[in-house]
Design a protein. Structure first.
Length: 247
């Protein structure tokens, strides 16, 4: 059996007396879309930060492609092929969309021409080509989020971690974001997604990991997760549960 691409093994993160994550364990296999859900304060973004090197876990290990990356610097983790986006988008406002994407490409590209070629390819993939010469600061929130994803993709990751990439989007934009995630999966990319919009995340996920108060309470396929009593009580609520049963 193939080894998981990512192994999160008993990760605990404490800030003084506050336990943000407690012994969280799950694996992600190559080519999967795994979503991480839970109420506000469940520890989702903290876990993202532990996996991607922004925090060193108090306990536990993170293994990526058979390499222990626990506490490794974020740029080194990115160089290994694991990259992420951020909940609050921070485009380089005075640079064009294409230049923003090129900054990601320079992680591996040695020459400008090479970075431009990568950026052009990503612009097409993310449907941003028509806006390539616009300043990033002038974009809508949906396009800024798309630029954030595009810049991450330009680093040529094997695994992309998205932190609430659909928050603040309208229904059309959410649908486009879902389609992009599935297109990336088709291209062989592995995705780990933190998201609050259940109607968007459940249809595209292979598995769902649910956190509550820093602990993993459930990990299963979406169909099982939406019917789990602990998940309904802690997060989804009866309203979503009833809605999902109708659909």
């Amino acid at each position: 059996m193939a080894q998981p691409m990512l192994k999160v093994d008993g990760v605990t993160m404490k800030f003084g007396n506050l336990v943000a994550n407690s012994r969280v364990t799950f694996n992600v296999s190559e080519g999967e879309i795994v979503s991480l859900i839970g109420p506000n304060g469940a520890g989702k973004t903290t876990l993202f930060n532990c996996i991607t090197g922004f925090y060193r876990p108090t306990e536990g290990r993170v293994i990526f492609k058979d390499k222990d990356i626990t506490g490794m610097k974020p740029y080194r983790i990115c160089k290994l092929g694991l990259t992420r986006t951020f909940q609050i988008v921070k485009p380089l406002k005075e640079m064009t969309v294409k230049e923003n994407i090129m900054t990601g490409a320079f992680l591996n590209a040695n020459k400008r021409k090479e970075a431009e070629q990568v950026a052009d390819e990503i612009l097409e993939l993310t449907h941003l080509y028509s806006k390539k010469d616009q300043l990033a600061g002038s974009l809508t929130i949906a396009d800024k989020k798309r630029v954030e994803i595009a810049r991450a993709l330009a680093t040529r990751p094997d695994m992309l971690m998205l932190d609430e990439a659909m928050a603040g989007l309208n229904q059309t934009e959410i649908k486009e974001a879902m389609e992009l995630c599935l297109a990336l999966k088709e291209k062989g990319l592995t995705l780990v997604i933190v998201e609050h919009i259940m109607e968007a995340i459940m249809p595209i996920s292979d598995r769902v990991v649910v956190l509550n108060a820093g602990e993993k309470i459930v990990e299963d396929v979406p169909e099982v997760v939406v019917n789990d009593e602990n998940v309904i009580k802690a997060y989804l609520g009866e309203r979503y549960h009833a809605k999902s049963k109708k659909s």
